[in-house]
Design a protein around this ligand. Structure first.
Ligand code: FAD
Ligand code: NAI
Length: 515
């Protein structure tokens, strides 16, 4: 039977996709007084809530609880017996996801946003007269009219034909985070030692799986500071997680009783792969975590003239407008950093720019600024970073001073039994903070102070003149900032050249001009 098509409702702004980019943008637009349609074909909250940030962090919380139990003896507590009920771990994860999803639905309702469940597709239109958007629902199709559009359709796991993902033994993160997945594999093979690979390795190694990771590059999480990579590798070694680097994975297949991956060295040129020496790895299940593809199918992009580049929607990097005036793209789908907080931030920018062009709103346009973006890998220990890494600073020709402080020298960390390291980089001439990397308990939170400092162009001196509560992990930030100029109190001094020391001491005494 043909589907009924109705055209009636008119909106200021229509958002396609209700992940952290789209649902956040919808609320922001309503706060400005806009009439908003939010279209979602699956569940509110998108990848982040249903198949990403939140379910992984719920599983990691259980895994880290277990890890703490293993250390209990050191803290004077003997635990004679306990057992893991992974079904309950998964139920807790599902409950958290469901509660947060209901919260998002409540918020959309409170802001009087209209929620459409179905696949959104832009049919046509223009900046002056507005656009037509079709919602392909299970029962009915509907067409709405809208003045402006934000595309926030996100991303899905990248797949390679040779990796034969069958969702039974060869899985993506979507499969493992499915509400019904309740298996702890005896041996888990992970392809890709990026963020997803490392977080899942941490989860399953803690629950008792043997974990082997195959990574193409010479190092896991290759973009991080080398010292930090060394520490996480050490931690993984202690957990029995095996990371095989420089592996070109040629094939992954389900062999009935398990999975098999065939690799050769990543250094073998592509025309010599056939004759190259191969290695074989077998396990019970395999997770493919080699990056993500942007969701751009069946959105009406080509027909409208919205351009794409390497699978992502092209946008003006400062306004987030696509090649079609009045249509914006935010979050994973525009090819920028794939982080939930970046998607939400971009939502704010795109909403301001979409509504500023409509006379009835008193909204100023906004430009993006990506200089200060924090990120965290939620392994235990956490890895948090913001701004530049040492190599990036060198490549950009920025002269830097480096301050490092170990957790083992901090009273609070010692009480907590935590190890780790915080590195702060500052511009040698201005002492402005240009980056920081941290591995250790609470790194994700410690990095927030440095993020705020960087956002406001603050210097090492601004941090060292701030009183930090004792005993807290936040004193790591104070000590690492002091270490930048060789003045950390709880660390032996690192001699810096007499001339530089004089300059720095003078700056400390009189304050320095901020750029
Ligand atoms: P998405 O969250 O992907 O949402 C897009 C939504 O659009 C989806 O709900 C989809 O169903 C919908 N959609 C697509 N096409 C249509 C259409 N045509 N019509 C209607 N609806 C449509 N980031 C962090 O910052 N921190 C983390 O800890 C973190 N952990 C992660 C863990 C995992 C396992 C994964 C996979 C990702 C993680 N991320 C994390 C990344 C984060 O999830 C994404 O960057 C973020 O979800 C992107 O938000 P988005 O709104 O752009 O897209
Ligand atoms: P990723 O880009 O972080 O890592 C993929 C890894 O797979 C890389 O190290 C790459 O070298 C390797 N790889 C690629 N192809 C390979 C092959 N054929 N054989 C072997 N190794 C191969 O991508 P990942 O882990 O899939 O995560 C996707 C995105 O999700 C990340 O970019 C991140 O932005 C986001 N994310 C963020 C999290 C957080 O903020 N805590 C957590 C999880 C995901």
């Amino acid at each position: 039977m043909p589907k009924e098509i109705r055209t009636e409702k008119q909106y200021d702004l229509t958002i396609i996709g209700a992940g952290p980019g789209g649902y956040h943008a919808a609320i922001r637009a309503a706060q400005y007084g806009a009439k908003v349609a939010l279209i979602e074909k699956n569940k509110l909250g998108g990848t982040c809530l249903n198949r990403g940030c939140i379910p992984t962090k719920a599983l990691l919380a259980s895994a880290h609880y277990l890890e703490k139990m293993d250390d209990a003896e050191d803290f004077g507590i003997t635990i004679n017996d306990y057992k893991v009920d992974f079904a309950k771990v998964v139920e807790r994860k599902n409950r958290i996801v469901n509660e947060l999803g209901a919260g998002i639905a409540d918020l959309q309702k409170a802001w009087k946003n209209d929620l459409y469940i179905g696949h959104g597709k832009i049919l046509g239109g223009n900046y002056e007269n507005g656009f037509e958007v079709q919602i392909q629902g299970e029962i009915n199709d509907e067409i709405i009219l809208t003045k402006r559009i934000i595309i926030a359709t996100g991303s899905t796991p990248a797949l390679i034909p040779n990796f034969n993902v069958d969702h039974k033994r060869i899985l993506t993160s979507d499969d493992i985070l499915d509400p019904h997945f309740k298996t702890i594999p005896k041996h888990l093979l992970i392809i890709g030692a990026g963020v997803i690979g490392c977080e899942f390795a941490d989860i399953f190694a803690n629950f008792g799986s043997k974990v082997t990771i195959l990574e193409y590059l010479p190092s896991p999480i290759a973009a991080e500071e080398p010292l930090i990579i060394k520490q996480i590798q050490k931690k993984f070694d202690s957990m029995g997680v095996e990371i095989k680097t420089s592996q070109n994975v040629l094939l992954v297949e389900n062999i009935g009783s398990g999975v098999k991956a065939v690799t050769c060295s990543a250094s073998v040129p592509s025309d010599q792969i056939e004759t190259a020496e191969k290695s074989t790895f077998e396990a019970d299940l395999c997770l493919i975590s080699i990056g993500r593809d942007k969701v751009i199918q069946n959105l009406g992009l080509e027909e409208l003239g919205i351009t794409t580049h390497r699978g992502a929607i092209e946008v003006d990097p400062s306004t987030l407008e696509t090649a079609v005036h009045g249509i914006f793209a935010i979050g994973d789908v525009n090819g920028g950093l794939m982080l939930a907080h970046v998607a939400s931030y971009e939502g704010d920018i795109a909403v301001a720019n979409a509504l500023s062009s409509l006379k009835k709103f008193q909204v100023s346009s906004k430009q993006t600024n990506y200089r200060v973006i924090p990120s965290t890998i939620f392994t235990s220990p956490n890895i948090g970073s913001v701004g530049l890494k040492r190599k990036q600073a060198k490549d950009l020709g920025i002269d830097i001073l480096v301050g490092q402080f170990p957790y083992t020298s901090l009273g609070k960390a010692k009480c907590m039994g935590e190890e780790g390291l915080l590195i702060i980089l500052a511009d040698k001439h201005t002492l402005q903070i240009v980056g920081a990397s941290c591995i250790g308990e609470g790194a994700s939170e410690l990095i927030a102070e440095i993020t705020l400092a960087m956002q406001h162009g603050l210097t090492i001196e601004d941090i060292t003149h701030t009183i930090h509560s004792h005993p807290t992990l936040s004193e790591m930030v104070l000590e690492a900032a002091e270490a930048v100029v060789g003045r950390a109190v709880h660390k032996k001094g690192r001699p810096i050249g007499p001339k530089l020391r004089d300059i720095l001491m003078e700056q400390f005494a009189y304050g320095i001009e901020k750029i």
